[in-house]
Design a protein around this ligand. Structure first.
Ligand code: TYM
Length: 335
C-alpha cells in the first residue's frame, strides 16, 4: 500500500527560507514519488497566538500562494485549509484523552511561551501538540516532512498514537516519522546567528521571505552578522557565519561554496564579497518562485478552487479514519 505523507505550516505570515529548505522543498519532492500526499494550512494553530481576523485571512492566502509557487501541484497533492476538515477537531478531542498534562507542560514550545505569558497562557497552546497529532493521525500518515524544530512534536504524536493503540488493543494508528530527503532534519539559522530563522516580528530583518524583492535580499544579507575575519587557519566558524555558509551550500554552485570555504580556512575571506555572492545566488534561486507568487496572488478564483478540491479529498480520507476510530472507541450506539 502507498505510504501517506502529511505536513503543514501555520498561517502566521509569509514563508521564509527556513520554511522552504526545512520543509516545502521536501513537500514538492515527495509529491513526485509514489506517495499519497496531504499538505495543509494550519489556521487553527495560528489562533493559539493571534486573534486578528484580517491578518488570519491574509496569512492563509499567503501560505496557499507560497505553497503553489514552490511547486505544490493540486493534481498530485491534496492541498487544504485545516478548518475546512472538521474531522480533525473530533480527533483532537479523542487524542486529548491520551495526552498527559505533565508531558504537555514540558514541551519546549510551551515552556518558551509560558515564560512570557505566565498564568494567562491559553489551553490551546498547552494542547498544541495534540492538535498537531490530530492533523497527522487523521490521515494515518507515515511520513511527515518537517524541519528540526518539529522533532519533539512528532515524538509526542507517536506517544499519543501508541497509547491509543495500547488502550484499545489495536494497531489502527501508525507511528509517523519526521522526514527529510537529506536524512538529517534541517535548521536554517536566523541572519543574526541567534536561533532559527522565524516569522516572528522581532526577527523580521533576520529572515528572508520567499517574496522578498532582490534589493531587500541584498540589504538583509549585507547586514547579516559575520564578526571578525578569521585569524587562525581552519578555525571554527561562528554560528552566524556557519549559518550563511549553510545557506550558500543550498543556493550556490558547489565550486562557489568551496571557494569561499577555502578562503575562510586560509583566513583570506572578504566578507563583503562572500555576502555579495550569497545575496546574488539567493536572488537568482528564488526568482521563479517570486514570479509565481505574484501570479497566484492575483488569482483568488483559482485559490478558492484549489482549497475546495483539496478539502474534499482530505475529508474523504479523514472520514474513513474517523469511522474506524469511532468503532474502536465504541461510538456506534443503537445500531
Ligand atoms: P511552522 O509554521 O512554524 O513551520 C512550517 C515548517 O517549516 C519548518 N521550519 C524550519 N525548518 C528549518 N529551519 C527553520 N528556521 C525553520 N522554521 C520553520 C518547520 O519545521 C515546519 O516543518 N507546528 C507546525 C505546523 C503544523 C504541522 C502539523 C506540521 C501543524 N500541524 C502537522 C506537520 C504536521 C509549525 O508551527 O510549523
Amino acid at each position: 500500500m502507498k505510504k501517506t505523507v502529511l505536513s503543514g505550516m501555520r498561517a502566521t505570515g509569509k514563508l521564509h527560507l527556513g520554511n522552504y529548505f526545512g520543509a516545502a522543498i521536501n513537500y514538492v519532492k515527495m509529491q513526485e514519488e509514489d506517495l499519497n500526499c496531504f499538505y495543509f494550512i494550519a489556521d487553527w494553530h495560528s489562533l493559539t497566538t493571534q486573534h486578528d481576523s484580517a491578518l488570519l485571512r491574509k496569512s492563509v492566502k499567503e501560505v496557499l500562494v507560497n505553497y503553489l509557487a514552490c511547486g505544490l501541484d493540486p493534481e498530485k497533492s491534496s492541498i487544504y485549509v485545516q478548518s475546512d476538515v472538521k474531522e480533525i477537531s473530533e480527533l483532537y478531542l479523542y487524542l486529548n484523552m491520551f495526552a498527559h498534562k505533565g508531558e504537555l507542560e514540558k514541551t519546549a514550545s510551551f515552556k518558551e511561551k509560558s515564560r512570557t505569558k505566565g498564568q494567562t497562557i491559553n489551553a490551546g497552546l498547552l494542547t498544541y501538540p495534540v492538535l498537531m497529532a490530530a492533523d497527522i493521525l487523521i490521515h494515518r500518515a507515515n511520513l511527515v516532512p518537517v524541519g528540526k524544530d518539529q522533532e519533539q512534536h512528532l515524538e509526542m504524536t507517536r506517544t499519543f498514537a501508541n497509547r491509543f493503540n495500547h488502550v484499545y488493543k489495536t494497531d489502527f494508528l501508525p507511528e509517523p516519522q519526521a522526514y527529510n530527503f537529506g536524512n538529517e532534519l534541517v535548521k536554517i539559522m536566523s541572519l543574526d546567528g541567534v536561533g532559527k530563522m522565524s516569522k516572528s516580528d522581532e526577527n523580521e530583518r533576520n529572515a528572508i521571505f520567499l517574496d522578498d524583492e532582490p534589493e531587500d535580499i541584498r540589504k538583509k544579507i549585507k547586514k547579516a552578522k559575520t564578526g571578525n575575519t578569521p585569524e587562525t587557519p581552519n578555525e571554527e566558524k561562528s554560528p552566524a557565519v556557519e549559518g550563511l555558509f549553510s545557506l550558500m551550500k543550498l543556493v550556490s554552485k558547489e565550486e562557489t561554496y568551496s571557494f569561499f570555504n577555502q578562503e575562510f580556512n586560509a583566513c583570506s575571506i572578504r566578507y563583503g564579497d562572500f555576502k555579495g555572492q550569497l545575496a546574488e545566488d539567493i536572488v537568482k534561486y528564488f526568482e521563479p518562485i517570486r514570479e509565481k507568487i505574484k501570479q497566484y496572488s492575483a488569482d483568488d478564483k483559482y485559490l478558492l478552487k484549489v482549497s475546495q478540491d483539496g478539502a474534499e479529498k482530505a475529508r474523504i480520507n479523514a472520514q474513513a479514519s474517523l469511522k474506524g476510530m469511532r468503532e474502536i472507541i465504541g461510538i456506534n450506539y443503537f445500531k
